[in-house]
Design a protein around this ligand. Structure first.
Ligand SMILES: [Zn+2]
Length: 251
């Protein structure tokens, strides 16, 4: 039996429920949703905060790192007093204070393929909030193999990008896109990142995921959305599937 909103929850989320595009049904879809957030850096912090505050019922946070002072400008869930704590523990404490009804699971290791498959299978949507291409390729490959939608975000310098991968719709995958956009090999440590750009992209990942969970497709699978933080321009591209892609071409 799916959970239904309590009276107190209906009051809390009233500003959502009065929107006809959401209504009680949409808010209860969020209440019953399980979202896997991989990476609790500059993308994962605002994404997890919005998912939690907006009434998503269950979040699993994955990150193997600790809070550092140089993270604080863009990893907006954390405080200076949490320096040295595991990011997933620091995030859980902050999120639980925002919405005590949200069930929050934490994983503080980098997941093997088998463990990631198990995690993907027990969630409805996955947010890739990582910052390295090896993790991105692993998450993309395993979400595709498990038919689970993936909302991928990335940001560096003043540039951001968003992509939805939906294996059920046989959409192009992250690997198809990465061959076209000259996949970034620099880290934010080397290249720099403007804090509002990465938080904008993380916010949009939560936005897209919540609409997906409520049954609204806001960014068609295979469309790449790019953001220029110097001009505030968004651009939308339709990415073709790579017919030789080792991840998605055999579906
Ligand atoms: Zn592909």
């Amino acid at each position: 039996m799916p959970d239904t909103l309590s009276y107190a929850q209906a009051v809390t989320f009233n500003r959502h429920i009065v929107l006809p595009q959401i209504d009680l049904g949409g808010q209860e879809a969020l209440l019953n949703a399980r979202v896997l957030v991989i990476g609790m850096g500059g993308l994962g912090c605002p994404a997890a905060q919005l998912l939690c505050s907006s009434g998503v019922g269950q979040l699993t946070l994955v990150d193997d790192d600790t809070v550092e002072h140089s993270n604080l400008p863009r990893q907006i869930l954390f405080s200076a007093a949490q320096t040295g704590q595991l990011k997933v523990d620091a995030a859980r404490d902050r999120l639980q204070a925002i919405n005590p009804d949200c069930r929050i699971n934490t994983v503080h290791t980098r997941l093997t393929d088998d463990a990631l498959v198990d995690a993907i299978n027990s969630h409805d949507v996955v947010l890739d909030c990582t910052d390295n291409s090896a993790s991105r390729r692993q998450i993309n490959r395993l979400c595709y193999s498990q038919n689970t939608p993936l909302v991928s975000g990335a940001a560096i310098r003043f540039e951001g990008q968003l992509l939805v991968v939906d294996p059920v719709q046989s959409s192009p995958c992250y690997q198809c896109v990465s061959r076209l956009v000259n996949e970034e090999t620099l880290s934010c440590v080397e290249a720099g990142i403007f804090a509002p750009v990465v938080t904008t992209i993380g916010t949009q990942q939560a936005h897209i995921a919540m609409l997906l969970l409520m049954g609204t497709e806001v960014l068609a699978p295979g469309q790449l959305l790019t953001y220029d933080g110097l001009t505030l321009n968004w651009q939308r591209f339709t990415v073709p599937s790579d017919p030789y892609c080792e991840v998605c071409s055999h579906k």
